[in-house]
Every structure is written in structure tokens, then in C-alpha cells.
Design a protein around this ligand. Structure first.
Ligand SMILES: Cc1cc2nc3c(=O)[nH]c(=O)nc-3n(C[C@H](O)[C@H](O)[C@H](O)COP(=O)(O)O)c2cc1C
Length: 324
């Protein structure tokens, strides 16, 4: 079965990227209210070096944004526990499990998980195999181009492919790069020319032109978008519309609904201060959407308001004026 089908107009399969912290349940629910993407990946569930995985697996809700499918992502390096976690997640109705080989955080890499797996292709292969062999659902890998440098790039993508994963998503920066230098789309093109399994291109897609350019330059099979979707939640609709020869026009009411859903999903036990900070974080991205908003970004980030309603009262007119 093709896991990455194009739409009837030839638009590649579009995936909302996992983004721990910013891209939480509130964000996914808000994005689902706008739609346009085919699937989302939940941010990683950390599989400990020892202990029980059942309670951790409960954090994954397969129908969270139904009818849009939500894949689970796991991160860890203990072969047995990774397999056990995958089984728990499969029981919870996941359509696929993604293995995180990219997280740059030192607390993660210090335990041999996330991007640390890229230091040892053989071990990466063993971890991936232990997950693949534990479940019936498809397993995929999301990886960076290397740890310190790209010297093991080819070995890593081949080790991933040989483990039996169904496709690879490549974010072409090393761990050391963090999010700094431009994503190396030439490495997506190189991986595409080497691999026989499908490849999802990811990194620095901020608009329709970027999406088209990545497809042209790399020939990747599908696209994953992270930060570009927080800056512009309509990006998936805009890309899709391009392929069917339409222009997608976002409405203010859609953006308002998005913000309403976001706010309504913030857990009720969170204090007003945390709610305001969460909203600020989201607004900090939306106010990168164009030069006009960018000019006002500092003022919306430094504004002091004691509750979300007061903050929105201040920020919404600026957003409406600048976004449309
Ligand atoms: C705040 C943040 C959190 C992230 N968390 C995850 C994660 O949990 N799992 C993962 O595989 N990638 C994670 N990433 C990486 C993104 O999924 C993506 O690969 C990267 O941001 C490049 O794509 P973009 O330019 O479209 O954002 C995260 C990125 C950001 C900015």
C-alpha cells in the first residue's frame, strides 16, 4: 500500500511535522480545524532506558485530530523497550510509528537516542529493526543528515532502509547545525537518488514557492512542514490549491476559529500567566508571516497582560490588519 499517495490533482502527500513544545495538542487541534494536510506526526514519546512504557504510551491518542490521522513518534535507544513501546502504541490504534533520529537536545543525545543514533549506523539499524519487528503497522524514520558532520550520511540512510522501515523523512541539517544554517536540500536529492523506499522532504518550506522548489530540486515523494505552518497555518491549503489551479484565500474568520480552538484546548488547570505565554509563543510565529507583522513582533511579545482575553484584545486588531 502506498503510504504517501498524491491527491487527485498531483499534490504530494502533505504532513504536519512533529514539534515538541510549540506543536502540542492545542496546536494540532487548531491546525486540524483549518485542515489541508493529509497526516500529522505527534511530537516524540521518550522511551526510557529502563522502566515501564505502558503509562507513557497513554500520552498518544490516535484519534486526537480525527478524521486526520495522527502518527506516533518514539525516541529511545533500548532495543527491548523500544519494541515494547511500539506494541503499546499499536494497541492504541496508531496507523504508523515513526522513529526519532534527529532530536538535537543534549539531554536526549546524552542517552544515545535521537540524533545520537546517527553516530552509529549499525546501531541505528538495530534500533529500527527492533521496532519494525515488534509491530504489524508501518514503521518510518525521521532523521537529520548527521551528528557532527555528514560523513555517515549515506551509511545512515542505507542502514535505515535496510531495517525495513517504509519510508524516511529527511531534515537535512546535522545535530550540530541545530536550526541555524539553511537546510541542505541537495542532500534530500542525493538521498532520493540512493534510496529505493520513498523519501519525505523537510526543512525550510515557508511558502508555496519553497514547496515547489523543493519538489523540483529533490524529486522527493512527499513534503513535511513544521515551522512554516505555525507562521502560516494556511500553507497546506495554499500548496494544495496550487496543484488544482486555484488560489486559496484565507479568511479572517478561519484564523479566528484557529485561535479559538487553540485557546479552548489549553488545559483548564493552567494559570492565566501560562496561557498568555502560550498565546505569545504562537503569536511570535504568526507575526513572522510578513514584513508588516514582523515590525510589530517585538511589541506583541513584550506586552504585559494578566489574562488571555486582554492579550487577545490587544493583539487581534494588529494581526487582522497585518495578516490579510
Ligand atoms: C520547537 C521544535 C520542536 C521539534 N520537535 C520535534 C520532535 O518532537 N520530533 C521530530 O522528529 N522533530 C522535531 N522537530 C523538527 C521538525 O519536525 C522539523 O524537522 C524541523 O523543524 C525542520 O522543518 P521546518 O523547517 O519545516 O520547521 C522540532 C522542531 C522545532 C522547531
Amino acid at each position: 500500500m502506498n503510504l504517501l499517495p498524491k491527491d487527485p490533482h498531483g499534490c504530494p502527500f502533505l504532513i504536519l511535522a512533529p514539534m515538541e513544545g510549540v506543536g502540542d495538542r492545542c496546536f494540532r487541534k487548531a491546525m486540524a480545524s483549518i485542515g489541508g494536510f493529509d497526516e500529522a506526526v505527534r511530537d516524540f514519546l521518550r522511551v526510557p532506558k529502563n522502566g515501564h512504557v505502558k503509562s507513557l504510551a497513554c500520552e498518544y491518542i490516535s484519534d486526537e485530530i480525527a478524521p486526520i490521522p495522527l502518527a506516533a513518534q518514539i525516541m529511545g535507544s533500548n532495543l527491548e523497550l523500544m519494541g515494547a513501546m511500539a506494541q503499546e502504541i499499536e494497541k492504541r490504534g496508531a496507523l504508523r510509528i515513526d522513529l526519532n533520529c534527529g532530536c538535537p537536545s543534549n539531554t536526549v543525545t546524552g542517552h544515545g537516542a535521537g540524533s545520537s543514533l546517527l553516530k552509529d549506523p549499525q546501531f541505528l539499524n538495530e534500533v529500527a529493526q527492533s521496532v519494525v519487528k515488534s509491530v504489524k503497522i508501518p514503521v518510518t524514520i525521521k532523521m537529520r543528515s548527521g551528528f557532527e558532520d555528514i560523513s555517515l550520511f549515506k551509511e545512515n540512510i542505507l542502514a535505515a532502509q535496510e531495517s525495513g522501515v517504509r519510508y524516511i523523512t529527511l531534515h537535512p541539517r546535522t545535530k550540530v547545525d541545530g536550526y541555524g544554517p539553511p537546510a541542505r536540500w541537495d542532500l534530500i536529492a542525493e538521498a532520493k537518488s540512493i534510496l529505493t523506499i520513498p523519501l519525505v522532504g523537510n526543512g525550510d518550506i515557508l511558502n508555496v514557492e519553497n514547496a515547489l522548489e523543493m519538489i523540483k530540486q529533490t524529486k522527493c515523494d512527499a513534503l513535511m512542514i513544521g515551522r512554516g505552518s505555525i507562521i502560516n497555518p494556511f500553507i497546506f491549503h495554499q500548496i494544495r490549491a496550487h496543484f488544482s489551479g486555484r488560489v486559496f484565500r484565507a479568511e479572517w474568520s478561519d484564523l479566528l476559529r484557529y485561535l479559538e480552538v487553540y485557546l479552548s484546548e489549553i488545559p483548564p488547570d493552567m494559570s492565566n500567566r501560562i496561557r498568555v505565554n502560550k498565546l505569545k509563543q504562537l503569536m511570535g510565529f504568526l507575526f513572522k508571516a510578513n514584513a508588516e507583522l514582523l515590525e510589530k513582533r517585538n511589541s506583541i511579545l513584550t506586552a504585559q497582560h494578566s489574562d488571555p482575553e486582554a492579550y487577545l484584545h490587544f493583539v487581534l486588531p494588529l494581526l487582522q490588519e497585518g495578516f490579510f
